[in-house]
Write a protein that binds this ligand. Structure first.
Ligand SMILES: Nc1ncnc2c1ncn2[C@@H]1O[C@H](COP(=O)(O)OP(=O)(O)OP(=O)(O)O)[C@@H](O)[C@H]1O
Ligand SMILES: [Mg+2]
Length: 385
């Protein structure tokens, strides 16, 4: 190991431009690349009913039961909390809840509700049985949260009239309604708020079979004719995330459209060529992921190495490596967190076509405990989020 100054940064980043982590085709969040376009396509690709929603069988069955029972009783169902990583279908399911109940839906989000008054005006204008979708519910202000507890439990809101010492709270009865909350960070929700949801569904990453179903459906809606193996190839590179799958499908469609005549049916070769062009490899890793793994395997012999050192070696911010690349690499078993830093697994060496380290080498040490937070160079409180 030598010094980790700007020389390494230049060496890594300068040859073909630095890696723009905010414009990744494999970004699971709503993309900044295609912006409004992507949002519109997403709306078009959303399944509208529970029966059309592939994957997440547990959540789907449980939610189906909760909704069917409420409909039979002619009452508003319990409040629903949907949690899970970006791009797995929380917003889609929220829309489905309203559609299944055949009720209108009001859409807002935590960041949009900064004052309790914002929430009061929404709540007081809800119709009976309406669905209130609160996206990013963990980002609501504390005052609004407290108002929401009361509204969810007692269907009541205290409207404050006047200012200062003369202000009075006038209780206002609300008609029954259903809150659907969505969050990528369920752990950040205060317990009293979490407890007011009668049903919580946690969404998990999709397997290739479910992603294949989703992609077939999307291809149909986008009028993309394709061979099954092409769809399977996209599914296996989509990181378990429908949003990424749909995005990759559109890039493959672009490739086929530009390179073939109209009516061409997308082949496995097209899918591979397009995904290679967009730097998404067989395991769904992109350039940033591979840069992190290469640095870890080649420069640091598989580790352990501190996160900040690793970040410098790839010319990225620590935060980018930690929040953008690391979660997927750890989840897929390419990298692990050990008490002394980040470690490449045997799987990482194999993926990069490198000679795996000898038995007992990095990635096989008994003290290699994924998710162990001690001894890393992270600021306190950053891990496990
Ligand atoms: N089970 C599914 N079947 C078909 N398409 C899906 C499914 N889940 C998600 N999608 C598609 O993926 C895209 C993203 O889904 P959605 O917006 O519901 O994710 P999200 O969990 O709300 O993400 P975020 O946390 O970023 O808000 C949408 O285009 C949607 O159509
Ligand atoms: Mg959403």
């Amino acid at each position: 190991m030598n010094g980790f100054g700007s020389d390494i940064r230049e060496h890594d980043a300068a040859d073909d431009g630095s890696i723009d982590a905010t414009a990744r085709v494999v970004d699971p969040g709503a993309s900044v690349i295609s912006g409004e376009d992507e949002r519109q396509v997403e709306v078009a690709l959303r399944p509208r009913r529970l029966a059309d929603f592939p994957g997440q069988p547990r959540v789907r069955d449980q939610l189906g039961l909760v909704l069917a029972a409420a409909k039979q009783r002619g009452a508003a169902p319990d409040h629903v909390l949907l949690s899970g990583p970006p791009g797995l279908g929380k917003t889609t399911l929220a829309m489905i809840v309203a559609a299944e109940l055949e009720r209108p839906i009001r859409v807002t989000s935590g960041p949009a509700i900064q004052h309790a008054g914002d929430l009061a005006s929404i709540l007081s204008s809800l119709d009976e049985g309406e669905v209130l979708f609160l996206d990013e519910i963990h980002r609501m202000s504390r005052a609004a949260e407290e108002m929401l507890y009361l509204a969810m439990e007692d269907f009541r809101v205290d409207v404050i009239v006047g200012k200062g010492p003369g202000a009075t709270a006038i209780p206002l009865e609300l008609p029954p309604f259903t809150v659907v909350g969505a969050t990528t960070r369920a752990g950040l929700l205060p317990a009293p708020l979490r407890d007011r949801f009668g049903f919580t569904g946690h969404l998990d990453y999709y397997d290739v079979a479910d992603l294949t179903t989703i992609l077939r459906r999307s291809a149909g809606l986008l009028d993309v004719r394709s061979h099954d193996d092409a769809i399977g190839e996209i599914a296996s590179r989509s990181r378990g995330t429908p949003r990424i799958a749909n995005r990759l499908l559109r890039r493959v469609r672009d490739y086929a459209q530009v390179n073939h005549s109209a009516g061409h049916r997308v082949t496995l070769h097209d899918a591979r060529e397009a995904l290679t062009l967009f730097d998404v490899d067989e395991a769904g890793l992109d350039r940033l992921d591979r840069a992190v793994l290469s640095a870890l395997c080649l420069r640091f012999g598989g580790g352990p190495v501190g996160l900040s050192t690793l970040a410098i070696a790839v010319g990225e911010e620590t935060d980018t490596v930690e929040t953008v690349a690391e979660p997927f690499l750890v989840r897929e078993g390419f990298m692990a967190r050990s008490p002394r830093g980040r470690v490449a697994t045997q799987f990482a060496f194999a993926h990069l076509g490198l000679e795996p380290p000898p038995p007992g080498g990095p990635g096989t040490r008994p003290d290699m405990l994924p998710f162990d937070e001690e001894g890393t160079d992270l600021p306190a409180g950053r891990l496990g989020s």
